[in-house]
Design a protein. Structure first.
Length: 119
């Protein structure tokens, strides 16, 4: 079992030397962020919630538990890609970047928990 650190941060926050392997996990490119400034190692848009699920949730925190359950089901189909992401990050900190304003009720936190379970 790896003791890799997996953290979530907003893409709008300044990059930190402690970020390690930086991965954007949104399906859509975040507004107002220039690709040159993002300092990404990868854009894993396929690991983001499906368009249908994202639109249904629409950042409504009262629906978060149902959203998280459906998103976990989507991620079950992506286990090989999730393991590949962990392999690519190696022993570095893995920073999952997202654009949502809500730092508690967002898909990156669900993805982090799923990745921890695989790690």
């Amino acid at each position: 079992m790896t003791t890799r650190r997996i953290q979530c941060r907003r893409i709008y926050d300044d990059p930190s030397p402690d970020d390690g392997f930086r991965v954007l996990v949104d399906r859509l490119w975040p507004r107002g962020v220039r690709k040159e400034d993002a300092q990404l190692d990868q854009w894993a848009k396929d690991l983001a919630p499906s368009t249908e699920l994202r639109k249904w949730f629409h950042h409504d925190s009262s629906q978060f538990d149902a959203f998280a359950e459906q998103y976990r089901e989507e991620l079950q189909e992506l286990t090989p890609a999730l393991k590949a992401l962990l392999d690519e990050a190696g022993t570095r900190t893995l920073t999952l970047l997202y654009a949502a304003r809500n730092t508690e009720h967002n898909h990156a936190n669900v993805l982090r928990d799923v990745l921890h379970a695989l790690d």
